[in-house]
Structures are given as C-alpha cells and as structure tokens.
Design a protein around this ligand. Structure first.
Ligand SMILES: CC(C)(COP(=O)(O)OP(=O)(O)OC[C@H]1O[C@@H](n2cnc3c(N)ncnc32)[C@H](O)[C@@H]1OP(=O)(O)O)[C@@H](O)C(=O)NCCC(=O)NCCS
Length: 132
C-alpha cells in the first residue's frame, strides 16, 4: 500500500504539527459503486478493480481549528490527488468521514462529493470532475 502524509507547520515552529492529511492508493471494484459510476469509471465486471485515491485522514490541531486550515488542507489534498492520479492513475477520490457532520463538512466544500454508503460516511468524487 502506497501512502503519503503531508503536514502543515509554521516555519518558526516546525516541530508543531498544525494539520495533516494522508493519501493512499487503493483499488475499488464495481460492487462498491453505484452502477452509473462503475460504468463511468469503466470497471463494470473488472475483477481487478481500478486504482483510486483515498483521503484516509485529514485533521487540524484544535488550537488551529476554525482558521480555514482544514479547508486549505482539503484543497491541497485534492491537488495532490489529481497529480498522483495523473502520474500513476486513479479514477476517483474517496473519503471516509468519521461522522455525518464531517461528511457534511466535506460536501459543503466540494458539492460534487457523492455518498457511496448508506451511512453517508464514504464519499466519492470522480477524478475527471476534479481535473475539469
Ligand atoms: C474537520 C476539520 C478538519 C476542520 O478543520 P478546520 O480547520 O477547523 O476547518 P475550517 O477552518 O476550514 O472550517 C471551519 C468551519 O468548519 C466547521 N467544522 C469544523 N469541524 C467540523 C466538523 N468536524 N464537522 C462539521 N463542521 C466542522 C466549523 O464549525 C466552521 O464552520 P463555519 O465556517 O460555518 O464557522 C477539523 O475539525 C478536524 O480536524 N476535526 C477532527 C478530525 C476529523 O474529524 N477529521 C476528518 C476525518 S475524515
């Protein structure tokens, strides 16, 4: 599993991590997706699935909360995900939100996120949408 973590620090205090995110290369298979997305991603009946990028973690230190750092880190994560997908492939970005409030936080910032699971916590965004 390939994973990359980026951290946000102030130059004056590089040892204090204010926020971070982790991107992981994963595989998604068609039964994990609604039919229209499996078709769009061209992975219907593809046993090996397709490469996607999972935003596995994104967090902000409570002292830096509410300053816009989370939104900034999300934009950075999306930018890195697009660059990763352009280099190694990736049909979608997936996020596992910890709760419904956090899922709503993601969807408020990126309205194209679609809910993948009945609990509403796994979100998916087509990489084509991100690139365009
Ligand atoms: C979610 C999180 C990354 C937001 O970071 P942040 O730097 O505070 O976010 P921003 O400053 O960009 O945005 C602040 C806004 O988001 C809201 N918000 C912050 N955390 C939220 C959460 N967990 N759920 C819903 N809304 C949240 C704030 O109320 C604020 O709303 P406002 O703009 O209407 O005042 C941060 O709260 C966090 O690290 N939470 C704990 C870890 C976590 O849940 N990570 C997500 C894992 S999937």
């Amino acid at each position: 599993m390939r994973a990359a973590t980026k951290v946000a620090v102030l130059p004056a205090a590089p040892a204090s991590i204010l926020g971070y995110f982790t991107l992981v290369a994963i595989k998604i298979v068609d039964h994990e997706l609604p039919d229209d997305l499996a078709k769009k991603f061209k992975i219907r009946n593809l046993v090996s699935g397709a490469q996607a990028i999972l935003l596995a973690q994104l967090g902000v230190d409570r002292h830096a909360a509410g300053t816009g750092l989370g939104t900034f880190l999300l934009k950075q994560a999306l930018r890195h995900a697009v660059n990763g997908a352009l280099e190694v492939g990736g049909v979608a970005l997936i996020v596992d939100a910890v709760d419904r409030d956090t899922a709503a936080w993601y969807q408020a910032r990126v309205p194209d996120f679609r809910q993948l699971t009945p609990d509403g916590l796994r979100l998916v965004l087509s990489m084509r949408t991100l690139v365009s």
